[in-house]
Design a protein around this ligand. Structure first.
Ligand code: PLP
Length: 389
């Protein structure tokens, strides 16, 4: 294999590096100086900003999207053996949350281009034990929410949307995460907005929101959240064996400045996305299709699928060569049904989900953060052109 002739960048371009601005830095310092670094007023403010942005009645901050998914599923009171339908083309946290909630993940293949769960294949997988559908808006592309809502209604299934990629996603004018019982957001470092680690559950149901709040803090009654406030000590009651999932004000200090910039960052990523679309035409790779009509893409990941047959190199070779050119990449994702644990647990084998496997062998994610400069994006394009020559 001949090494690409292109000279590497000076500095490694970190994949998914967040854009952190001075306001966040000042807010974190302010939080430290205030003495209130745990769950407090800044978390409340961040919850209110996200609640208003999504146009929902309730938003409960937690310390990850994994926690948000776990608590959402627990709030559905799943019984052992209950089944939750989801996609093999997602992060392992989606399946782990289902397992930790005591249910069994049932996988349904995704579309080869949309990379989202294929609604037409869902009904065949519904059994007497199916309780919920957990769609993932892959890369920020909205799932077919009409079809999913229809099948969920018909079979009386709950809908829990994994919106880890989908803060800005909309489907027919409606925001992702608002179609079913719960939406789960991520503010992990690489996501569209970040609190370093963080997540949020959104819902319109007061009882559900209360339950999530209680479970997110040890299962202590609501008053526990106020027990260190200035209106005097309050006893709490433990009403469930809960978890330690609360967000801190240190994290929310980032979020309250990131959220107001969500549209600015989105515009920048859209610009980068269009630039990649134009510059990568004609190379031996399949580019992401344009957003579906009447949807808004969140542009979280740009994922060309390498045409390995035409190129005569594997995806992993491409990753390796890009790394040598100092371009950071990601892989979203290796199909989950072939990961050892799930493969054994769920009895899957190669060939079970052909589209997920097609993607799994070909996909790579190139940098798409709002932090990218035009020069960074030009470096990415040049490197890809050299490697896919
Ligand atoms: C990142 C991610 C998660 C988990 O988010 P955390 O906040 O890191 O727990 C879940 N699902 C998908 C699809 C993700 O990309």
């Amino acid at each position: 294999m001949k090494a690409p002739a292109l000279k590497p960048r000076k500095e490694f371009l970190v994949f998914g590096s967040p854009l952190i601005e001075e306001a966040e830095i000042a807010e974190v310092v302010d939080t430290l100086r205030s003495g209130w670094i745990g769950t407090g007023p800044k978390v409340k403010k961040f919850e209110e900003l996200v609640r208003a942005y999504k146009g929902v009645k309730f938003a409960v901050a937690v310390n990850s999207c994994t926690a948000a998914l776990h608590l959402s599923l627990l709030a559905l009171d799943l019984k052992p053996g209950d089944e939750v339908i989801t996609t093999p083309m997602t992060f392992c946290a989606t399946l782990n949350a289902i397992l930790h909630a005591g249910a069994r993940p049932v996988l349904v293949d995704c579309g080869r281009e949309s990379q989202n769960i294929d609604p037409a294949l869902i009904e065949k997988k519904i059994t007497r034990k199916t309780r919920a559908i957990l769609p993932v808006h892959f890369a920020g592309r909205s799932c077919d929410m009409d079809a999913l809502t229809l099948v969920a209604k018909k079979h009386r299934l709950a809908l829990v949307e994994d919106c880890a990629h989908a803060v800005e996603t909309e489907y027919r004018g409606r925001k992702a995460g608002t179609f079913g019982e719960f939406g789960a957001l991520s503010f992990y470092v690489t996501k569209n907005i970040t609190t370093a680690e963080g997540g949020m559950v959104i819902t319109d149901d007061a009882a559900h929101a209360d339950k999530i709040k209680v479970l997110a803090l040890h299962g202590m009654s609501q008053d526990a959240w106020k027990r260190f406030s200035d209106d005097g000590y309050k006893h709490y009651e433990v009403v469930a064996p809960g978890f330690k999932y609360n967000m801190t004000d240190m994290a929310a200090a980032l979020g309250i400045h990131q959220l107001p910039r969500v549209e600015r960052y989105w515009s920048r990523r859209q610009e980068l996305w269009r630039r990649y679309d134009a510059a990568l035409q004609g190379l031996p790779c399949f580019l992401p299709p344009p957003p579906e009509p009447e949807t808004r893409h969140a542009y979280h990941l740009y994922t060309p699928h390498i045409d390995v047959d035409r190129l005569g190199k594997t995806r992993d070779q491409v990753l390796h060569e890009l790394t040598k050119l100092k371009i950071g990449t990601g892989v979203h994702y290796l199909a989950l049904h072939l990961q050892p644990y799930y493969r054994k647990l769920l009895g899957h084998k190669p060939g079970d989900f052909p589209n997920a496997e097609f993607i799994s062998e070909r996909t790579l994610s190139i940098p798409l953060s709002a932090k990218l400069t035009d020069e960074d994006a030009a470096d990415v394009v040049e490197a890809l052109r050299a490697v896919l020559r």
